[in-house]
Design a protein around this ligand. Sequence first.
Ligand code: ADP
Ligand code: ZN
Length: 734
Amino acid sequence: MIPPEALAIIKRLWGFDTLRPLQAEAIAATLSGRDSLTVMPTGGGKSLCYQVPPMVTGRLTVVVSPLIALMQDQVAGLRLAGVPAAALHSNLSAGESAEIRALAASGELRLLLVAPERLLLPDTLAWIVKMNPGAIAIDEAHCISQWGHDFRPEYRRLAELREVFPGVPIGAYTATATPRVQDDIAAQLHLRDPVRLVGRFDRPNLTYRVLPRADQVGQIMDSLHRHKDRAAIIYCITRKDTEILAGALKAGGIDAHAYHAGLDASRRTKISRGFRDERVNVICATVAFGMGIDRSDVRLILHASMPKSIEHYQQETGRAGRDGLPAECVLLHSSADLTRWQKIMRMGWEESGAGPEVLRAQYDLLDEMHRMVTSKRCRHAAISEYFGQQYQPAAGATHCGACDACLGELNTVPDSHDTARKIISCVARVNQSFGAAYVAEVLTGANTRKVREWKHDQLSTYGLLKHFPKERIVGYINQLIDAGHLARSPGEYPVITLTESSMPVLRNQTMAVLVEPKLTRSESRTGAPPALAGDESALFEALRALRREMAEKRGVPPFIIMSDAVLEEICRVRPGSVESLINVRGIGTRKADEFGGEIVQAVRAYCQNHGMQLDATQGSRPRRHFGDAPRMTAGARDAAPLFRNGQSIEEVAVALGRARSTIADYLEAFIRVERPASVDAWVNPDLYARVAAVMDELGPGRFKPIFERFEGRVPYDVIRIVAAHRACAQAADR
Ligand code: ADP
Ligand code: ZN
């Protein structure tokens, strides 16, 4: 379908041996002259789809892209890979523009990135017609639809392109579009019978945790501790929120920076540069941050409040784990967020003077988001279904294993029904006339002037919950609102009121349930640090430092030089020569020429000093996958003595009262950490030998082919145990 010379070019320039799903189809569509609409999740590799055709045809491709920062990074990356590219935007001097025009006229330029408003200037358009482009690509194409979440009126005019370039294939690309928005994109751009390529919306390397907000700063600190010294973005609703939060985190010893559009330009640039160059790791930002950020090793995206649509959520969480390595997305929500967004949307709408349908469309998107966060369904499934796709867990699994719902991470609060009754009764006692914070103050027995003035210190409910922090009670009130047992009045000063279902709870006819997150700091399942053995991960840090230096020297962001995934692979392979470096996935010849010498030198020096073998067979240990626990969690530590006694998974599951699958995770962690000489207690030696033989034959990597080879008769648990044990044995051999 895609010509062999295209594959050779991809291998040579980008260093990829294989294509990601739909990339071949998208490239082939353009090469055959057809229009196309490609919807591919963030990190799915959209850029390659429009970057390859001009290298095959030798003709210019014009790429419409909305953000200058993004364009500049992309151009820098392309040039490093050896692709002649340039960006045309309003920040260029006349001289720079002229240079680009000359390059295009000489026929050397392959990719020209340009903002929509710039492209449609009559002068630019006429010039591009003369350049006779071979293809046009429209990035972030959802911006053309008013049903989408990021409507930009200037995109509407792109419809002209179809007429101005009748014979040129147009490809539209986006990461987030419901089926309705997809139709709208094709219609608005006047695409001709486009090839429609819609990828999987699911991001299996992300673990979603959607949690009721209880003690916000504490919850955020806990999440950050799971990803120490790694990149994290915390999204807040308002500018003020970002500053308050960054302040609170700083006070807690975390080097967090606020970022929003209200900061002056130099400060903004400083922070986003710092983040890009890996000098800054934690950012508290409004949604304005991230649009121009391409750092691929973001390990945590945290929403301090509910986002305003599932599209936004998908796009913002899409910035996590673009390197394909595990990453975590935490969303803290409370029903107060809904009211806040409605107010913000209404204000924006009143200012805009748009028709009522525009506000309605925004409210609808908000409602969908709210429904998702308040449900306890699998998050992977909910997101996929929202974008019109059915969710399929990995083969052999019954659930995603990577969201709060499926991991069973919510605990029911002990005595939650009683606690709920105390809260409801307090709402009644204060005459349904106060906000959540005040109700919580009365319940905790706060001695404030307001309480004394209203004589609420004389209520029977005063101080009934004094052993709870106030924030937690506010969280419970929000949960009761979500469950319909209480309500919040609309308006600027919302008060908490009773509902039809309040009395049944007070009378014990309906049982109220309150939940709280079970997760603690030590119970991280996924995320940093990467699943490398001790020495390898120290090498990883050394190479990261080298990458930072190389990036600084060239004035480009480090991720452009190579991603964390590539660095990890280098640590596993430990190439002793540039020739063997080229075999690492993600290293093209151009990059090998430019950086190979320095990298190989660093690897050699490191391995020599640490007695590590060079040119270890590629990926000699199993790849990281979900449930892989680099260190032992608290739960695994509890289980360890039982494993040492040789107890079976079933026995330990009964003893600890945990699910079998959880105990299997613990066992795997136990094996990796304690490296027992034999695993006969869990896998009989004969079966071990047969699984090991298949592993040798199929090579390292995913377990699915092994599982399939045994036609499903050998459970994944057994395969994982064997792999873990062999990995330790191999590490010990070196
Ligand atoms: P998107 O624009 O869809 O968010 P990108 O084009 O930025 O995604 O690609 C995401 C990452 O995936 C980049 O680091 C890119 O180098 C990498 N990538 C793209 N195609 C492939 C491929 N075929 N094999 C391996 N990595 C790829
Ligand atoms: Zn799930």
